[in-house]
Design a protein. Structure first.
Length: 301
């Protein structure tokens, strides 16, 4: 049985992808990691991640493109303007039997793939407090409750779509397309007011198709938070703590990642592990360093 991690990325989020992989490899040198290209602008990043961290490209790019085209056919453009943002869904049809999906605006603080152990009992794993904080916001409109599309118990399982795990075969390709068609016919069910894209659709798919779900923060005793918008986390030895609980990861979902942003210095630490960190007086040298890396990556690719 194969286990591992999927990410979706291209050159635009390359710095974040490098920071994420630096953190993953710091705690787990051996876990399999696959890059699902967001679009065709990914080759340089893929080569760098391959050389530094043994990241592999999703092996069936033809299927990936066919899947994206199918989504484009299912959804009107005024509903889903960027079908590529749904590419994370191919995780169910990739090479890994058990997989963890991680957004690139995350860094981790442990051997994160260990959460896959919970898949021995459950078909889907998430790990956040969206249900307790934002509730149905950024996921469903009030109509979904009014029309009783889901039970209150099901609605208590809504989740952020940046960190989750499941198993290959839990959803068939035919079932996936049918659920996507169902979503496309009911735009009124979803809350896209804050420009979220895949999150409402993914929640609908999971609540409809996978009955045995686990949110790790609901385990007795609770769990630490993970959102970078929470300002009370304390840093100790390059790890964040929620009180006495060590965070498993930090996620900048909907929060800025620029200098001065929450926990930015910690992100920079993981981003520049084992390589020079740019300074105001070394801009030219840094550009030269990265140009060399890119040229080397091109030759490798």
């Amino acid at each position: 049985m194969s286990r591992g991690i999927y990410i979706v990325a291209n050159e635009k989020v390359g710095e974040n992808a490098i920071a994420l992989l630096n953190s993953i490899r710091y705690y787990d040198p051996n876990v399999s990691v696959f890059l699902i290209p967001f679009n065709d602008n990914y080759q340089n990043l893929a080569a760098i991640l391959s050389e530094k961290h043994n990241v592999q490209i999703f092996p069936d790019l033809d299927f990936l493109n066919q899947f994206t085209q199918k989504i484009a056919e299912i959804f009107d453009r005024d509903f889903l303007a960027l079908p590529n943002k749904m590419r994370k869904l191919v995780a169910w049809f990739g090479p890994l039997d058990e997989f963890l999906y991680i957004d690139t605006d995350i860094i981790v603080f442990e051997k994160i793939a260990d959460v896959l152990d919970y898949l021995a009992e459950f078909g889907f794993i998430c790990n956040d407090y969206h249900h307790a904080g934002r509730g149905l916001q950024d996921i469903f409109s009030p109509l979904i409750r009014e029309q009783k599309i889901f039970t209150e118990e099901q609605l208590s399982d809504v989740f952020n779509s940046g960190f989750w795990a499941s198993k290959k075969g839990t959803i068939s390709l035919e079932e996936m397309y049918e659920l996507l068609r169902e979503c496309s016919q009911h735009r009124e069910y979803f809350d896209f007011s804050r420009q979220v894209t895949d999150q409402p659709i993914l929640n609908y798919i999971i609540l409809k198709s996978i009955p045995k779900r686990l949110n790790l923060v609901k385990i007795p005793g609770g769990g630490p938070g993970s959102w970078a918008g929470s300002k009370h986390f304390q840093e100790r030895d390059r790890v964040l703590y929620d009180g006495e609980k060590r965070l498993q990861y930090i996620h900048w979902a909907g929060t800025p990642m620029k200098p001065g942003a929450p926990y930015r210095e910690l992100w920079e630490y993981y981003r520049y592990l084992k390589e020079p960190k740019p300074t105001e007086t070394s801009t030219v040298q840094t550009k030269s360093f990265w140009q060399g890396m890119i040229n080397k990556a091109k030759n490798l690719f």
